[in-house]
Write a protein that binds this ligand. Sequence first.
Ligand SMILES: Nc1ncnc2c1ncn2[C@@H]1O[C@H](COP(=O)(O)OP(=O)(O)OP(=O)(O)O)[C@@H](O)[C@H]1O
Ligand code: SF4
Ligand SMILES: [Mg+2]
Length: 331
Amino acid sequence: MSRPLLEVDHLVMNYTTEKGDVSAIQDVSFTLNEGESLGLVGESGCGKTSIAMSLLRLVAENARFDSGEIRLDGTDLLSLTDEEMRQRRWNDISMVFQGAMNAWNPVYKVGDQIREAMDLHFHPRLSNAEVEARISKLFELVGLNPAMMNRYPHEFSGGMRQRAIIAMALSCDPKIIIADEPTTALDVIVQDQILQELKKIQADLGMSIIYISHDIAVIAEVTDKIGVMYAGKLVELGSTREVFARPRHPYAFLLLSSTPSVTGPRRKLAPLEGEPPDLLNPPTGCRFHPRCPYATDQCATDEPPMEDAGDGHQVACWNWKEVPELGGLTK
Ligand SMILES: Nc1ncnc2c1ncn2[C@@H]1O[C@H](COP(=O)(O)OP(=O)(O)OP(=O)(O)O)[C@@H](O)[C@H]1O
Ligand code: SF4
Ligand SMILES: [Mg+2]
């Protein structure tokens, strides 16, 4: 068994707003082992980016950590000083930000922008020639011609800009990369190429990766484990194979059964009706209860804890045993 590298332990984070608290992360726990890849999936607004930003401690100013720990190699990142955290950011954990491929500064060459990031963060400091050699190697790794480092962002296609973003995220040799919707804006073929390359890079470098996506089918092939989020909560966590074969949580079940690439093009099994709740005022009990076809009275009042559903699979639902087998239904 590989070693736990990152342990998120009962994390609670709220955004303070004029209208009240937005409950963006509610009691989330998971572990990322060395060399492992974990996918976090869920609808827009369920808290995926909030978790990612928390891991780097780059949350918005109005974010407030109320309880829990984020331990990296046993050290709670939330207890570090700003300077200690700065040392760890990019070197230990780095990130491919949501939408970052469109955030290149148009007036500087791409290689110079990566160089600047390395100057700020990489230790030990490298000479100019060493930095250049490193960027050149990183470009090869992500499938870019090293000569492209002397080009401007507008000379790159969307896929190339995203590859360069990945090169930048790799530049300080992190132990963990968080990739927030890394391929969402790209066409399906480029999306697939980039994910396969990330998978290979991860294996070659022995890194751990957290993939974030609203589309469970997209990250299925590149993850070992999947965590399904709903309204600020992690509601199911298990090996990717297990979650696909037999989602236990009603939300995960409905999400998967309404994903055509999972069930086959002509089989939409059960619709996922309604909208996710407003996190300023989340539902009591189980946050999914207003939309859940399996809800019982208890669900409206009592918050279900994560419990073991066998094979290391965890689920937060009072009635998970009632959820049918997806695999059985698709035959
Ligand atoms: N700075 C902020 N202040 C108040 N609320 C915020 C802030 N940032 C995010 N939120 C809210 O927190 C919730 C979680 O947002 P988050 O961006 O983490 O979701 P997400 O799962 O990444 O969504 P998407 O798939 O659209 O990227 C949402 O309700 C969002 O509106
Ligand atoms: S706890 Fe109840 S409302 Fe929540 S997912 Fe399970 S059955 Fe549905
Ligand atoms: Mg997001």
